[in-house]
Design a protein. Structure first.
Length: 140
């Protein structure tokens, strides 16, 4: 599967969506210099950097290949790719990722349902038959 664009310099490949769209797993690819804006997690997030490096705002260390990060419910952060190679991260996200404005108000969100919709739209636009497992929400 090709990388599915989300925004400038950011794309993904879905792996699975959990029953009742409670969460999902994906590969997230960010090009050098790409920034993930300030966001809050309504469910736990587990992330493993596969290639490249990222830096979470406020931390002085680069997080490189093989580094696992747990982000608890309510965690708010922003991060960016450092270095000159793309950063690919395996992510398991439960609940929503809510993107916040400067005052803390939610301006948009992503979750399993929106990720599935982006995947299906991309498949339709590119003449790709969607994977049956990824295309249909599983009941709980």
């Amino acid at each position: 599967m090709e990388w599915i664009p989300l925004s400038a310099g950011i794309s993904f490949k879905p792996i699975t969506f959990f029953p009742d769209d409670a969460g999902y797993q994906l590969l997230l690819r960010l090009e050098p210099g790409a920034v993930v804006p300030r966001h809050r997690h309504t469910g736990e997030v587990h992330a493993l950097v596969l290639t490249g490096a990222r830096r979470i705002e406020g931390l002085n260390d680069d997080i490189g290949p093989g580094t696992y990060i747990h982000e608890p419910v309510g965690n708010i952060d922003t991060w960016r790719v450092v270095g000159d190679e793309p950063c690919v991260v395996f992510i398991e996200a439960n609940g929503r990722v809510e993107y916040l404005d400067e005052g803390g108000a939610v301006v948009r969100y992503t979750d399993a349902s929106t990720a599935r919709a982006q995947y299906l739209t991309w498949c339709g636009d590119h003449g790709v038959v969607p994977d049956a497992i990824l295309a249909t929400p599983a009941p709980a």
